[in-house]
Design a protein around this ligand. Structure first.
Ligand code: NAD
Length: 397
């Protein structure tokens, strides 16, 4: 019996989406595997991974034939029986794979972050638009039960108009990547950033909860946690983002710090906390309440039996919505364009850490950070007191 987590929207389920998977690492094990092995209208037909051991793992997970396993992604996108590809390699390798997949007429679902460089993100989005293909991103935290409930509470006016959103992400667990590949790629310059880039979930969620793109960013960005091992990227980012109707603060760090969400509105406030005092993505929500006129209302939580069930459901619902977007010839809820804005916001935070200035969004196309991502930080004027620069991260001296 297939266990299916249906999305509330009750999408029509008729045609089969034939999927090619490019990259078979950890995110596939707990995210894409549960989705693609349970949805009745999606089926994995081909898989590419450059690491032989990962291909064998994928073969077992999906019950595939050797003939459907490839070392080279080109063999996946060359297949006529592939309608869409999921690109689940580390972000620094995304550009060429996405452009080749689009050129071959495939719809694309990209893992987050969309890219490491905004100019590359813009190039890929333009290519998808020009080809009339659906280009989605795995912003799966939209589908975690706590965030769906927070979104509903805010949109229903339960706390009035959202003014200040505080995303506590200081308990991010520094899980390594797949051991058969390069388990510490997240800590390298090639990843395009550190913990904020990796947990960019908080950034796109802030935009979603405010319902409008961010306009200004200021931040402290530092690396105190891994200082002794000469870190290449940040492990702490304290970010403030201005939206048209309010402000978000994102406190992001690998470690054992505070997790959860607080939101203050014109008529009240909201608080969400996790089991074992953890952070989004690492445990189930334990508590969600709103306060209005100084009276507390607790909201029941839509948890599945385990945290990993919640995670699996988030990917399954995201795949369902992506498939519906293909059928309906529209952008998915988790669109590549939103991924591009989240990427710019994270990089704007890094730039603010270097310059000590507020950075305006969208980034100008002439901004070296737009053109080169973190490599462009060497070309902006650093503030003499910049802790980002003195941490020696992002290749800064
Ligand atoms: N949405 C989420 O919640 C979530 C969670 C974890 C990771 N991710 C994202 O997914 C991506 C992968 O992360 P991961 O944790 O699975 O990494 P990982 O290191 O566990 O796996 C990466 C896989 O990609 C393969 N690979 C690398 N280059 C390749 C290429 N050119 N062609 C084919 N295969 C290639 C590797 O062999 C490896 O199997 C990252 O962008 C990460 O940010 C998203």
């Amino acid at each position: 019996m297939k266990k299916i987590f249906m999305f509330e929207g009750d999408f029509p389920m008729s045609d089969l989406l034939r999927v090619g998977l490019i990259g078979c690492g950890n995110v596939v094990s707990y995210g894409h595997k549960p989705a693609l092995t349970t949805l009745p209208d999606a089926q994995l037909v081909a898989l590419a991974d450059i690491t032989p051991a990962r291909r064998q793992i994928g073969k077992t997970w999906f019950g595939m034939n050797d003939a459907d396993l490839y070392a080279d992604y080109q063999d996946v996108i060359a297949r006529d029986d592939v309608d869409a590809v999921a690109i689940t390699v580390p972000q620094q390798f995304r550009r060429q794979i996405v452009l080749d997949a689009l050129a071959a007429g495939k719809h694309v679902l990209s893992e987050k972050p969309l890219a490491t460089v905004p100019a590359v993100a813009a190039e890929m989005i333009h290519a998808a638009d020009a080809a009339g293909l659906t280009f989605g991103i795995v912003h799966n935290y939209h589908y975690l039960p706590e965030y769906r409930q927070i979104k509903n509470l805010i949109d229903n006016g339960t706390i009035g108009q959202l003014r200040v959103l505080t995303m506590h992400y200081l308990g991010v667990i520094d899980n390594p990547g797949a051991a058969e590949y390069q388990s510490d790629w997240r800590h390298t310059l090639a990843a395009g950033g550190g913990v904020l880039m990796d947990m960019i979930h908080a950034v796109y969620l802030a935009e979603w909860l405010f319902g409008a793109p961010p306009q200004q960013v200021m931040a402290f960005v530092d690396a105190p946690t891994y200082a002794a091992r000469h870190p290449q990227v940040e492990d702490l980012a304290l970010v403030q983002i201005a939206f048209p109707t309010g402000y978000a603060t994102i406190h992001m760090g690998w470690g054992q710090g505070v997790g959860g969400v607080d939101a203050s509105g014109s008529e009240g406030h909201l608080r969400m906390r996790y089991n074992q005092y953890q952070t989004s993505g690492f445990n189930q929500p334990a508590e969600l309440y709103t306060v209005r006129n100084w009276e507390r209302t607790d909201h029941p939580l839509d948890n599945l039996p385990t945290h990993m069930d919640n995670i699996a459901r988030s990917f399954t619902q995201l795949w369902q919505e992506f498939h519906s977007a293909i059928r309906e010839h529209r952008a998915p809820l988790a669109s590549a364009a939103a991924g591009g804005r989240a990427l710019e916001t994270a990089l704007a935070a890094y730039q603010s850490g270097v310059t000590g200035q507020v950075v305006t969004l969208p980034l100008q196309s002439t901004n070296p950070v737009f053109q080169k991502g973190i490599d462009g930080l060497a070309d902006v004027q650093a503030w003499a007191q910049s802790r980002t620069q003195s941490a020696g991260i992002f290749g800064l001296k």
